[in-house]
Design a binder for this molecule. Structure first.
Ligand SMILES: Nc1ncnc2c1ncn2[C@@H]1O[C@H](COP(=O)(O)OP(=O)(O)OP(=O)(O)O)[C@@H](O)[C@H]1O
Ligand SMILES: [Mg+2]
Length: 264
């Protein structure tokens, strides 16, 4: 078997985005980021969410991170992006942590909007040091999320299937288009990931039909008992249940969306 990995260098910065909360943005960023690192890829995860869920998974230390990065850009004291990176939290995996719950009051939307172009430029420089840069966004749509999405090459939208998913998704896709347009960039949606699906009652064909107008590849990650437990105890799905359904679903996404693996 010759496994050829086809890289698309213009799609290295990928945001996990949905203004709806609790849909699996953090679990997906974490599972895919650590999965890519295990597959030999050099990965940077940016915790873009002031809730800091992803940071708490990797560290209890208050290392300088995302907030300090933005603050220093705002103050004019910024010198080097490397200062905000916590290296080797896992093999081949670095993070820019974020434990600043007060971020939105410490830095106002107008200040974030002002430093956005410089931040985006720095992120584009930074991506040359990594195979992938993944951004875990918060469940909001303020200047912070606008800036993060504008810095992405593409985004992935995790969501749970509900009656309101379709109207919510249309709104989100429109916003992403506008945000990208403001910085002259065309940010496409790489995939929809339906999370916490019931394997017993497979509804993927139904979802594909309902969401076919969006013309976006659709994936699922089934509901897993072990995933929330393992995250709580600081273990990835690859460490806690590597042979389970959820790991298989994330593996599928990694191979299809990220590595474009061609089995010949
Ligand atoms: N496939 C899954 N099976 C079971 N539980 C899951 C699955 N994916 C995520 N969860 C759980 O659902 C909860 C919400 O997930 P997560 O924190 O990833 O969502 P989020 O979109 O990042 O939330 P927020 O908007 O608050 O940042 C967590 O407890 C997580 O462990
Ligand atoms: Mg989250």
């Amino acid at each position: 078997m010759n496994t050829q990995v086809l890289f698309n260098t213009s799609k290295r910065v990928i945001g996990f985005v949905n203004q709806k909360g609790g849909v699996g943005k953090t679990a997906s960023t974490l599972s895919i980021g650590t999965g890519l690192a295990l597959a030999g890829q050099k990965v940077l995860i940016i915790d873009g969410d002031p809730q800091g869920n992803l940071t708490m998974f990797f560290t209890a230390d208050k290392a300088p991170g995302f907030y300090d990065f933005l603050r220093d850009l705002n103050d004019g004291t910024f010198s080097d992006t490397g200062k905000y990176i916590l290296r080797d939290v896992r093999e081949r995996l670095d993070i820019i942590p974020n434990q600043q719950r007060e971020l939105r009051t410490l830095l106002h939307d107008s200040q974030i909007a002002e430093i956005a172009p410089r931040f985006i430029e720095l992120l584009r420089e930074l991506k040359t040091s990594y195979d992938w840069v993944l951004i875990d966004c918060s469940p909001s749509n303020g200047a912070l999320e606008r800036t993060l999405v504008s810095a992405c090459d593409t985004v992935i939208v995790p969501l749970e299937f509900q009656v309101f998913s379709i109207s919510g998704l249309s709104g989100l896709l429109d916003e992403i288009k506008v945000w990208g347009g403001e910085t002259g960039r065309d940010i496409s949606v790489e995939a929809l990931i339906f999370t916490k699906t019931e394997k017993r009652i497979n509804r993927m064909n139904e979802y594909r039909e309902i969401f076919s107008n969006f013309r976006i590849p659709i994936f699922e990650v089934c509901k897993s008992e072990s995933l929330p437990k393992s995250i709580e105890t600081g273990r990835t799905i690859w460490e806690s249940a590597p042979t389970g359904f959820a790991a298989a679903d994330y593996y599928d996404i990694i191979t299809h969306v990220f590595l474009g693996t061609d089995d010949e």
